[in-house]
Structure formats: structure tokens, C-alpha cells
Design a protein around this ligand. Structure first.
Ligand code: ADP
Ligand code: MG
Ligand code: MG
Length: 196
């Protein structure tokens, strides 16, 4: 679990400028900055402290992102990992079934928090696709990356109806959603850890 967030942090730092460039045409150009600040802090916390279980790690991640990311995405990323933490509470080992349940509850939480459904050009689109992939079984690292990448790319043709991008209405079309791009990186990091 710690490795997942370390890898996610590396990818977010590497893609800080890219994430921000996605947020420029259909937002306020801070998504890379927000995410880089939050994930840097997460990696720092995880290296400094000891954790008794997986749920505690996820709770630390959630609280840190909530406090440090800011914007719309801070509470949303905070929610996904807090929900996951609650679902996996008391478990020493997280198998595929438990992890899938964690992802399902994370998705439900973020939809509720953002009042968003799929197709609204938000990070929900990537999380939904990943949840469905895990639910279908036959999970592989390459498959996960492919599914997340496709979901991210699909947001390009969508018209935003939630968040700042919604102000751009039809003009939001033709741009990848920044939050979907950062969520893609989170799942690419998960895939890397699965490979190891
Ligand atoms: P802000 O828009 O406050 O500057 P960020 O730029 O960090 O925050 O994050 C923007 C991302 O947050 C969007 O690309 C989108 O994926 C996600 N987002 C914004 N509003 C919502 C919402 N209501 N539901 C789900 N996701 C949302
Ligand atoms: Mg922004
Ligand atoms: Mg902002």
C-alpha cells in the first residue's frame, strides 16, 4: 500500500506540468500544483511514521490529501481513500475481493461528494471504469492501465457538467479532464506495484 502511494507521488511529480496544462484551457491551471503538493506530503508522512494496518495508511493518505490538495480535487481524493480505509478496516491482508469492495465504496463516496455521475467529464469516469474492470475479474496490471487510459481519453469528447470545466460548456470538449489524468496516474502506479 505504501509502495502504491510512493509510486503515485513519483508519477504526479513527473507529470505536474502536464496536469496543470490540462487544467489551463478548462479550469484555473492548478491541478498539477495541487496534486503535487498533496502527494509530496503523503510520501513524506508515510516515510516518517509507522502504521499498524492498511486501513491506517489509507486514512493518513486521505487526511493528508484533504488538508493539502485543496480545490475541488482535495475533498474528492480525500473521500476516495477515506472510504477505502473504512472498508478495509481490521484487515491484515487485502485480497482481490476486499480491494474491489474498497474501490466500489470509494467510487460511491466520490460520486456522492461531487454529486457527479459518469459521463460528466470528471475523475469519476476513470474510477467507474476501473471499478467495473475489477468487478469483472481477470485483473492484470496491463489490463488495468489500458482500461484507465481509455477512460481518461474518453473524457476528451465529453462536455463538462461538473466543476470549473462546466463553465466552459461546449468549449470544454476536445480537452482531457485533468482529474481523470491524475486518477489515471494513480492507477498506473497501482499497476506498477501489481507487477512487482
Ligand atoms: P479546482 O477545480 O478547484 O481548481 P482541481 O483543479 O485540483 O480543483 O481539480 C479539478 C478536477 O476535479 C477536475 O478535473 C475533475 O476531475 C474534478 N472535479 C471537479 N468537480 C467535481 C465534481 N463535482 N465531481 C467529481 N469530480 C470533480
Ligand atoms: Mg484547478
Ligand atoms: Mg483551483
Amino acid at each position: 500500500m505504501i509502495e502504491w502511494f510512493n509510486k503515485a507521488n513519483e508519477k504526479i511529480q513527473e507529470n505536474k506540468a502536464y496536469l496543470t496544462s490540462l487544467d489551463q484551457p478548462i479550469g484555473d491551471g492548478d491541478h498539477g500544483i495541487n496534486m503535487a503538493r498533496g502527494f509530496q506530503e503523503v510520501a513524506g508522512k508515510l516515510s516518517e511514521n509507522d502504521y499498524t494496518d492498511i486501513s491506517a495508511i489509507l486514512k493518513e493518505v486521505a487526511m493528508t490529501l484533504l488538508a493539502k490538495v485543496g480545490g475541488a480535487s482535495g475533498p474528492l481524493y480525500g473521500t476516495v481513500f477515506l472510504k477505502m480505509s473504512m472498508t478495509l478496516k481490521g484487515r491484515d491482508v487485502v485480497d482481490g475481493t476486499a480491494f474491489t469492495k474498497g474501490l466500489e465504496d470509494a467510487l460511491a463516496g466520490v460520486k456522492q461528494r461531487g454529486k457527479a455521475e459518469t459521463g460528466e467529464k470528471t475523475l469519476v469516469d476513470v474510477w467507474q471504469a476501473v471499478v467495473e474492470y475489477f468487478q469483472a475479474g481477470n485483473i492484470t496490471a496491463d489490463g488495468l492501465v489500458e482500461v484507465a487510459a481509455r477512460a481518461k481519453e474518453r473524457t476528451k469528447d465529453m462536455v463538462a457538467t461538473k466543476g470549473r470545466a462546466a463553465y466552459f460548456k461546449e468549449k470544454s470538449k476536445g480537452h482531457i479532464d485533468p482529474g481523470s489524468a491524475s486518477s489515471y496516474l494513480v492507477f498506473e502506479a497501482l499497476a506498477d506495484v501489481m507487477k512487482e
